[in-house]
Write a protein that binds this ligand. Sequence first.
Ligand code: GLP
Length: 264
Amino acid sequence: MDIMIFRSSEAVAEYATQVIKDLINKKPATVLGMATGSTPLLMYRRLIEECRRGFLSFREVTTFNLDEYYGVNGEDARSYRAYMQREFFDHIDIVPENTHLPACSSDQDHLDVSRNYEALIAGKGGIDLQVLGLGQNGHIGFNEPTSSLGSRTRIKTLTQGTLNINSQYFSSESQPELAITMGIATILEARQILMIATGAKKAEPVRQFVEGPVSTMCPASALQFHNNTQVLLDEDAASLLANREYYESVQVQKRQLAEQFRGI
Ligand code: GLP
């Protein structure tokens, strides 16, 4: 993992935007894995801006979101589909049919929906770049602690902690306790991963997944198996890391090597 520490969440969003922009400009038919939550919002705003200014086009891009609440309709403002439309898709030139979420109504077979989602991702050649946020309990997507590191897209029961954090978006009687999420193995198949974590509430899960052991109790720690992951942190999220100086020196060395290589 490449641990990159930025002075602010804006600088994190700027870097993530550049990476995605460079990738799409190189490969217009990029397959992007998308995340929801408050963390990627700044990045979505910057990507929208780039698109409006004509520096970036999503016309050939396909997207797959990590997760969706089970039984929550896409028209419902609390669904992740509605979030994606509101915060991103409605403001860019993406073809609506190329945007995918693992939506599942209560009268659909969740096993079919999950299998189809995996098949759809594989049919598009797999995910080129997956954006990830981090749950306060170390979850990625909705892979809660104890999720199998070999899991595929499936239904998951949310933990009480996650329900409490998400309760701000739901009245208690209608809060979904289930979600369909890409599995950890699905996520690890992405060719590149950008894990974004900002703010003091992420400092402890960041410490655990970066410097702790690989464990189902901290699903994000599975990223230690992935060979092309950049972990983008602001100062607050990086505040509990023990080896910060080392991560910073690695970045300096990388920049120097890149310069040297370009000079040859
Ligand atoms: C939810 C989503 C995750 C997201 C996490 C963090 O649980 N399922 O994909 O990464 O929240 O959200 P936030 O960025 O708001 O902290």
